[in-house]
Unconditional design. Structure first.
Length: 553
């Protein structure tokens, strides 16, 4: 099957759906999502959206907090742009029907909370299920649009770069696997937007959904796009420690509302690691917990919410509390066990202020993109903010780049690029596999050594060992890939191995410790040699692209 659209959006989280809605006001859009459209990291976001909405807050304060968290690598002009556009984007969600929490007894005054790294209460939330509410209103609007085609259970395999067909490099869409039938479809578009989310599944323990396998970054890299800052992978400091919880995330909002991290003997320890104690940035808290676990030999640390009444906790965190109780933990009665887990990819496809990647026709938003907002560490609740701002901004930019001929017209106007004939997918001599155990074995091995060697704390030797193992795995995966018919599991493994390779390449290049990248062999921050973004592509190894002091290129 061949599908022609003005714009192709791969992914259905906050960034992809926002972009699809904005673009659909002018043109036809196809949205591809690997599972169901509501299966995204957005839908699992508990905390909220950081935006300056309180009279006591300011853009300058939010900028200062974001730049401080970014450890000198956040791009000042991007930070300024995103933060200033934030309030309008939140109001846009409210106009769509989002029901955010308000102050008790009031219907319109938003209940703003505070999280680690923030100097003011500026986090808009819907109880403790903010992402689910955002996903609901965006998806409802998408399903009501007659200009958006939504393809569930379709996974992009590779981007179509017309350079392979005798033309100048340009992305013309993607080959997509129908997960229900096994058929491969050709989806053509003049603008292709990657919004596939993160890659938490590259690690053994993660708060991410099962779909987070780095598909967008891997596809963009194979298509020749520049990738940046993959060494900066954020580990959420507090996930529930339980053998059956699959690293259920305990929102940072709990510490924002008085939660204290303690050792088994009840002593608080975060004050020994940072002057903001339990409200320190995530990278500091994650390393502190990791340090305490290794120092004491404990499997976890404990989060104590006794500063708040049980009545308040039941009202403020009803869903987190219910999930914890399902595993026999109750923070209204005592401290609960927590550990760090892979949470957010701060690097990704390098894009400009409008979301353009380095290959024409390709765009990226959300966790898939490296916009410059986060630098070396993401400030809590800036991710949903970024998805909203860049989703709208990027759609506006590619509509302006390839304007449609009109709602009743035949498609894009004469300014749109023309493509050579694109062939359909050729399976060649690929056959069904009877050895799926190879995929599962490689999957387990990859995630385990990434956790042990390229996790919260790294060293030169660990990175060298990881690089050797990734090279061997990629050889095996490549051989398996060309011999057998495609499955979602095989494609995800291929992408995760690619992402692991990029993380290790970037981490090995950066001989310092900064933000989320902590190397025990290079423990000092080195602005003279590494005060910039780590950028690489298939055509060039990692190199530094300088960031101005205080953030910004």
């Amino acid at each position: 099957m061949r599908i022609h659209s003005d714009y192709l959006v791969i992914g259905s989280g906050i960034a992809g759906l926002t972009a699809a809605l904005e673009a659909a006001a002018n043109a036809d859009v196809t949205v591809v999502t690997k599972r169901t459209a509501d299966d995204s990291a957005t839908a699992r976001a508990q905390g909220g959206i950081a935006a300056v909405l309180d009279p006591g807050d300011s853009f300058a304060l939010h900028m200062r907090d974001t730049l401080e968290a970014g450890c000198g690598l956040a791009h000042r002009e991007v930070v300024n742009m995103v933060i200033r556009d934030g309030p309008a984007r939140v109001r846009g969600l409210i106009e769509l029907g989002a029901a955010f929490s308000t102050k008790e007894g009031q219907s319109s005054d938003l209940d703003l909370t505070r999280e680690g790294g923030h100097s003011a209460r500026r986090v808009v939330h819907a109880a403790d299920l903010t992402g689910r509410e955002v996903q609901r209103v965006l998806l409802d609007a998408v399903r009501k649009s007659d200009r958006i085609r939504l393809l569930d259970h379709h996974m992009a395999i590779d981007l179509i770069n017309v350079a392979k067909h005798g033309a100048e490099p340009r992305i013309a869409g993607a080959y997509v696997l129908d997960g229900s039938t096994g058929a491969v479809h050709t989806l053509l578009a003049h603008a292709t937007l990657l919004a596939t989310g993160g890659a938490g599944k590259v690690y053994l323990y993660t708060s991410n959904p099962d779909v987070a396998s780095g598909d967008g970054v891997a596809m963009a890299y194979r298509a020749g796009a520049e990738i940046a800052n993959m060494e900066f992978f954020q580990f959420h400091p507090t996930c529930l420690f339980h053998p059956h919880a699959k690293s259920f995330l305990i929102s940072e909002a709990l510490r924002g509302e008085g939660g204290v991290l303690r050792r088994r003997d009840g002593t608080a320890f975060m004050g020994e690691h940072h002057d903001r104690a339990d409200l320190a940035p995530r990278d500091v808290v994650a390393r502190a917990i990791d340090h305490e676990m290794k120092r004491t030999g404990e499997d976890c640390m404990w989060l104590d919410m006794s500063a708040r009444s049980p009545e308040y906790l039941r009202r403020r965190f009803p869903n987190i509390l219910a999930e914890c109780r399902r595993f026999g933990c109750d923070f209204t009665q005592g401290a609960i066990p927590v550990v760090p887990a892979a949470h957010y990819m701060c690097g990704g496809v390098m894009v400009d202020r409008d979301g353009r990647a380095s290959v024409p026709g390709l765009w990226a938003v959300g966790e898939t993109a490296c916009t410059g907002l986060h630098g070396a560490n993401r400030l809590a609740s800036n991710s949903l903010l970024e998805g909203l701002v860049y989703g709208k901004r990027t759609a506006e930019a590619f509509v302006a780049s390839y304007p449609p001929a009109g709602r009743g017209g035949p498609g894009l106007d004469e300014s749109a690029p023309t493509f050579p004939e694109i062939p359909d997918w050729d399976v060649g001599e690929a056959a069904p596999s009877h050895e799926a155990v190879i995929v599962s074995q490689n999957w387990d091995e990859l995630r385990r050594f990434m956790w042990n060697y390229v996790g919260v704390v790294r060293s030169d030797r660990r990175l060298e060992r990881a690089a050797r193992r990734i090279a061997l795995l990629q050889d095996e995966i490549r051989d398996y890939y060309w011999q057998h018919l495609l499955t979602v599991d095989l494609l995800e493994l291929r992408n995760l191995a690619e992402v692991a390779h990029l993380i290790v390449q970037c981490a090995s290049f950066r001989l310092e410790s900064r933000g989320l990248h902590y190397n025990v062999d290079h423990m000092e921050q080195d602005d003279a040699r590494f005060g910039g973004d780590t950028v690489l592509s298939r055509s060039h190894p990692p190199r530094l692209r300088r960031v101005q002091p205080g953030g910004g290129r």
